[in-house]
Write a protein that binds this ligand. Structure first.
Ligand code: LHQ
Length: 259
């Protein structure tokens, strides 16, 4: 089976690379299966504290591989989403570890959704984000119509989804979608800087931060204050909390163990 995804683990960081560069890393079944497996390894491996997701070649991910199916045959696209894309987005979203997406080039369709599902997005200055769905008569999927309005607002999301216009990395930054835009030559080093910082951080706290932020949009303030109380109670029982306070009092950097 060709290696459509690579996984490289070093210094508590798992780097997962989509590896179908000739197709701009568009998804076929193999890439789905291998990406899921790489993510599961990264999540389960106790030594891994941060996951980076990126693509090989000049593209990040062009969404579904359109040559993978014959348009003359009627497929149930809902089944494809149910079987491959939705479990993938759920897996990323529920991952207790920080996932950084390093967008190394063009992303389209479900490729944008993949980036949007991650926690932090860094893009190279030539990256593009294209809601390509409507260009082929489809609708945003894999969470695109959920993530996008939350990230950039309803009206911009509708414009991009309807027109399929390309959003440049710089505009994505101005819209608040992307955390940082860098040159392609420094994409990995800048991503690794953030990953290394997070890999030294309080892992339980990160898991709870992700969860609280995910729940915020659907919670009332009252419910959310209760959630924060409960999560702070949990965080306050970790060794990292004790270490954090002690390090502050001793005027030294904390040594977090993730426990
Ligand atoms: C591709 C693709 C591609 C195959 C580039 N497939 N080969 C979910 C469930 C089920 C079904 C339907 O979909 C979904 C969700 C979706 O993701 S729908 C959206 C699917 N994606 C697209 O419609 C994007 C199609 N690609 C493009 O519009 C362009 O390729 C972009 C704008 C991404 C990049 O344009 P360029 O930089 O000009 O590159 P290119 O078009 O020359 O592509 C390079 C090669 O990659 C080329 O192959 P070739 O053999 O000629 O070098 C393309 O055919 C191939 N490729 N995307 N999705």
């Amino acid at each position: 089976m060709p290696q459509t995804v690579t996984l490289h683990i070093q210094d508590a960081i798992a780097i997962i690379t989509l590896n179908r560069p000739d197709k701009l890393n568009a998804f076929n079944k193999q890439q789905h299966i291998q990406l899921k497996s790489a993510l599961e390894k990264g999540i389960q491996d106790r030594a891994v504290r941060v996951i980076i997701l990126t693509g090989a070649g000049r593209g990040f991910c062009a969404g579904q591989d359109l040559s993978d199916r014959n348009p003359a045959i009627e497929y149930d696209l809902g089944d494809t989403l149910e079987k491959y894309y939705n479990p993938l987005i759920r897996l990323i979203r529920r991952c207790p570890k920080p996932i950084i997406c390093a967008v190394n080039g063009v992303s389209a369709g479900a490729g944008v959704s993949l980036a949007l599902a991650c926690d932090i997005i860094i893009a190279c200055d030539t990256a593009k984000f294209i809601q390509a769905f409507s260009k082929i008569g489809l609708v945003p999927d894999s969470g695109a119509s959920w993530f996008l309005p939350r990230a950039i607002g309803e009206h911009r999301a509708k414009y991009l989804a309807m027109t399929g216009d390309s959003l440049s990395a710089n505009d994505a930054y101005l819209y608040g979608l992307v955390h940082q835009v860098v040159g392609i030559d420094t994409l990995m080093s800048e991503t690794l800087k953030i990953a290394k910082k997070l890999a030294r951080g309080p892992a339980v706290s990160y898991k709870l931060i992700k969860d609280a932020i995910h729940q915020a949009p659907t919670n009332t303030l009252d419910r959310h204050l209760d959630l924060e109380r409960d999560y702070q109670r949990m965080a306050g029982k970790t060794r990292d909390y004790k270490e954090g306070v002690q390090a502050f009092m001793e005027n030294r950097p904390p040594h977090f163990t993730g426990k």
